[in-house]
Design a protein around this ligand. Structure first.
Ligand code: PBE
Length: 267
């Protein structure tokens, strides 16, 4: 592929995901900050639609520019590269943080402790997500816990068991967060908690934590992807720190495309 006509070949379109995603807002920032992207647009729809366009383009070795992130299975499944982002529209590597409502530590110290201790790696998450291509996420979560009970024990050790106390966790509707939330759910269930997972848009995760409508969430991508939502509500949210380090976001293309930077997307 030559780099000469990428814009024309992709109809000056970046294939985005859900409108409410943090990366959708970051892509709008990129569209306004890079002069060479004037005339380009972001097409939003869903992660599934983006992946299906990527699958088709890739199998035909056609150019495509997508909004990408890790943890996700797509970088293991296809040869993709992030485009360099000299204007830092997508920020550096991110942390996925656990956040809880104020008062949780006093009301439910066991839940607070387990959420505070929960931590896994980018590799843990991505091998989970690859497995989940063949099975449902609840099944893979149970297998992960069965295979990693030593790690789960580190999170739950010394926490008092309860008899069916209700806990509600908010999450965003992406597999990376379905994975972490289901693992934490199983860990809490080992101590007798009755856990409900509630998928909502990123803005609602932060709003419902601040309102105390949910007890916690393992789905906060910081500092950039969800930074503006956090800023709006941080007085009323307790940040327990990273549960995963090295998360990434940005524009991505198949490696067979002969471009390296967002600045190579010509107007
Ligand atoms: N993501 C995956 C989400 C959070 C998890 C990066 C697509 C986003 O809000 O952009």
């Amino acid at each position: 592929e030559s780099s000469a006509n990428v814009g024309e070949a992709v109809d000056y379109t970046i294939v985005g995901i859900e409108p409410g995603a943090g990366v959708t807002a970051a892509t709008n920032t990129a569209l306004s900050e890079y002069d060479n992207l004037s005339g380009w647009e972001q097409k939003t729809s869903s992660t599934a639609a983006m992946l299906s366009e990527l699958r088709t383009a890739y199998s035909n070795e056609e150019p495509i520019v997508i909004v990408g992130w890790n943890p996700h299975f797509k970088f293991a499944q296809w040869d993709l590269k992030y485009l360099k982002d000299p204007k830092n529209a997508y920020g550096e590597a991110e942390e996925i943080r656990t956040m809880v409502r104020t008062g949780l530590e006093e009301d439910m110290p066991g839940v607070y402790t387990i959420l505070d201790r929960f931590k896994w790696t980018l590799e843990d998450s991505e091998s989970f997500l690859l497995e989940a291509q063949e099975k449902d996420i609840e099944t893979v979560a149970q297998e992960w816990v069965d295979n990693n009970q030593d790690k789960v024990d580190e999170w739950i050790n010394g926490v008092e068991s309860v008899d069916g106390k209700s806990v509600e966790l908010a999450l965003t509707p992406w597999d990376s967060e379905r994975a972490s939330s289901n693992v934490v759910k199983l860990a809490l269930e080992q101590k007798g908690y009755d856990v409900t997972l509630t998928p909502v848009d990123p803005s609602i995760v932060f709003e419902s934590l601040a309102n105390g409508d949910v007890d916690g969430s393992t789905a906060a991508w910081m500092p950039k992807t969800h930074g503006s939502f956090y800023e709006e509500h941080k007085e009323n949210i307790v940040d327990l720190g990273p549960n995963l380090e090295g998360a990434l976001t940005g524009l991505a293309v198949p490696t067979y495309m002969d471009i390296e930077s967002i600045e190579d997307l010509e107007p």
